[in-house]
Design a protein around this ligand. Structure first.
Ligand code: PMP
Length: 392
């Protein structure tokens, strides 16, 4: 197995070697005895350490124990799972919801259950890996369209249709988390209707943080009722862990019978289900609205400040994150390391997560950061020229 070591050495030489580095959770973390401002998480609302979520989790722990003990369809279904699914369906205004072990599992489960070898899947080139993996597992014919390129998508839809009896799917992230861009959901819904395709939208980064009451990107864009298959994650703005598929009662019933990532995996811990249920309640409260407003204000301030320093920033409202484009992986690593010495934790995002030549720093402020924190983060950035920004 010496090839493993050889390959790792090659990654190292290309600046692509990764390591795990345990840290505390929350808006500030400590590393090597230094306090760092955490701009690296998806815990946009700061709920992962919220006392109301931990209290709900503790109560569930005492009541139900740690693990579900079996797949939901066997003996791993608890009332708290059902309550969470009802709350998620109410949040998204769908008939039903089905909770998966993670957002990753939800995407893989949904696409591999809905699509098959006679079908066609058209996917945004920047979709999350889990959508691509689900599409591959489905064995449907798979075509990328360039990021948000509606003209190219329409040309593909005008091309040869699926095999007899086959269907077409258009699959997209709602918010592209490495770019801070937003999918054109109204136009995609229009194309889906015109070309008889099923629209599948993964709103991992919008759920809880975007739209009225945190309902998500589809509500923000006014097209929630035109998206038959939605996916959400409990792991980002909701601060917990798990994923969900949302749509009609028939969709959820079908997935219950066909989504292998649901059927053959233990139900999520009742502890997590209870915490997520509390998170859904919180995001729909007035406090949820205040937190969303603060988080969005932090994003806007970071963007304006970085552009004033000469950086190329990718971001579209209401995405809760932004990307500072740097170019080469080494340059992104250098900038990230420099920020860390100045008290800011902001990771370098490199290939294969993003295309070669577009390495970047991803910034995701939290609602629990203060305005002073955001000014301190901006003060930690050098002028863009100092790190030779280059966008491929
Ligand atoms: N979809 C998207 C767009 C994501 O960014 C992620 C997480 N990076 C996932 C799905 C997977 O969600 P989870 O972390 O809950 O598995």
């Amino acid at each position: 197995m010496e090839w493993l070591t050889r390959q790792l050495r090659q990654l190292e030489a290309k600046g692509l070697r990764r390591t795990l580095r345990p840290l505390a959770a929350g808006p500030y973390v400590e590393r090597d005895g230094r306090r760092l401002l955490n701009l690296a998480s998806n815990d946009y609302l700061g709920l992962s350490t919220d006392p109301r979520l931990t209290a709900a989790a503790r109560e569930a722990l005492e009541r139900w124990g740690v693990g579900a003990g079996a797949a939901r369809l066997v003996v791993g279904d608890r009332p708290v799972h059902e309550a969470l699914e009802a709350a998620l369906a109410a949040l998204k205004e769908t008939e039903a919801a089905l909770v998966f072990p993670s957002g990753y599992a939800a995407n893989v489960g949904v696409l591999s259950a809905l699509a098959g070898p006679r079908d066609q899947i058209f996917a945004d080139a920047l979709n999350h890996a889990s959508l691509n993996d689900g599409a591959r597992l489905s064995r449907a014919r798979f075509r990328y369209y360039r990021h948000r390129d509606l003209e190219q998508l329409e040309r593909l839809l005008q091309g040869p249709g699926p095999a007899p009896g086959g269907r077409r799917f258009i699959v997209t992230d709602a918010i592209f988390s490495m770019d801070g861009t937003v999918a054109p959901l109204p136009e995609l819904a229009e194309l889906a209707a015109r070309y008889d395709a099923v629209l599948v939208v993964d709103d991992a980064h919008g759920t809880g943080i975007v739209g009225p009451e945190g309902r998500g990107t589809a509500h923000h864009l006014g097209v929630a009722d035109r998206i038959p298959v939605q996916v959400a994650t409990l792991s980002k703005a909701l601060g917990v862990q798990g994923g969900a598929a949302l749509g009609s009662r028939a969709l959820v019933d079908y997935l219950l019978h066909r989504a292998r990532a649901f059927i053959y995996s233990t139900g999520i811990s009742p502890v997590l289900a209870a915490a997520a249920l509390e998170a859904v309640r919180l995001v729909q409260s007035d406090e949820g609205a205040r937190r969303r407003h603060r988080q969005q204000a932090h994003v806007a301030r970071l963007k304006a400040g970085l552009e004033a320093l000469g950086y190329t920033v990718r971001h579209e409202p209401p995405a809760p994150m932004l990307a500072v484009l740097v170019g080469a992986p080494e340059a992104a690593l250098r900038l990230s390391a420099m920020l860390e010495t100045r008290g800011v934790l902001a990771p370098a995002i490199r290939p294969p997560t993003v295309p070669p030549g577009t390495s970047r720093i991803r910034l995701a402020p939290m609602a629990t950061h203060t305005d002073d924190d955001i000014e301190a983060a901006l003060a930690a950035f050098p002028e863009a020229e100092a790190i030779q920004p280059h966008v491929a």
